[in-house]
Design a protein around this ligand. Sequence first.
Ligand SMILES: Cc1ncc(COP(=O)(O)O)c(C=O)c1O
Length: 410
Amino acid sequence: MTEPFDWTDVRRHFPGLAGEWTFFDNAGGSQILGRVADRVRDHFLGCNVQLGATYEPSARATENVAAATAALAEQIGAASAEEVVLGSSSTQLLKNLARAMAPGLSEGDEIVVSRSEHETNVSPWVALERERGVTVRWWPVDPESLRLRTEDLAPLLGDRTRLVAFTHASNVLGTINPVAEITRLVHEHGAKVCVDGVAWAPHRAVEVNAWDVDYYVFSLYKVYGPHISLLYGKREHLEALAPINHFFIGPDQCPYHLQPGGPNHELAWGAGGIPDYLAELSVALGGPASGHAAARAAFAGIAELEERLAERFLAWANGRPDIRVIGETTPSREVRVPTFSFVAGERKSSEVPPLVDPHRIGIRWGDFYAARLIDDLGLRARDGVVRVSMVHYNTLDEVDRLVAVLDEVL
Ligand SMILES: Cc1ncc(COP(=O)(O)O)c(C=O)c1O
């Protein structure tokens, strides 16, 4: 197997990794790229003014935010920046989306929601039950494989289905769901999809066009960027949504009609450092130097690195009879991302991370806001699961240190 890039070289892009801590809580939030932090600082110190005026620093700030948004749109394979809504969090963006969708929904319309979700892609739709008389139908997780299966979705789809909300990758199980296949099935029934890509986007390329998704959300602070999030929507869908901004900002100003208050300027400009980083990785791999193709090439390399981390961790977890992995037990990059959950013997999950903390390794326990999944799996009484979540800047040495500590304390 060829070495896609030098691991040390990857880590130099993340100044936060220079300290003594090992971060295995990346599904909570990743370390930030140095170039993103530099851009935020540059914005603050170089053009920290309101956008949209004629004077030069304002024109520069306007151009910066537009350029960064366009670069992010390209990264994910969107047709244009008009298809990208930036906001403070994925949670906020989906609540806004539901609010903008509400006037188009009637009593008896149905929204299918998976039981594998972080609450972000649940609560906005459940609220519409109360507010619009919409019916939520639940797509269960198969109790054997813990997967979302299309054969369980198909019977839930009907004439009144308007939307299917599901996660691309589970932030607890690590399982990857076949987004294009699910989307095709949903479209055959004339409904739309709203995909939570938060647990996918740090690990694999987002390809909204190839998958034909209608709405797709993810959080840039988990993709090596600042604390903002991105909602993609097909242009015609966004334009058809009810404006939620001021009365004089209509769909002709797409996506501003869905962006009350506008995006955070310095963080939007900062986030433009993410596609730059992916382009640098792509070039190091012999791939294209910009755009969506560069992001795809970079994430192909990232997936390869991550699979090796997964192999190392799962060799340990699968090899210990008292460790029960909750989710996929295979390291395959096709099947899972390197987010691992487990329960240890009869211990409560809350007991485990404090035993690891003194070794300066950050992991955590809980339900990770996938509260319904944890309840369905009967893990509430265990305080949920212990979660170890890796990204490409983690190393095999770090995994070895973690499992040595876990062997010592468990
Ligand atoms: C799968 C998943 N979806 C949604 C969210 C919420 O993201 P945000 O903090 O941007 O609202 C998270 C955060 O942990 C998550 O893991």
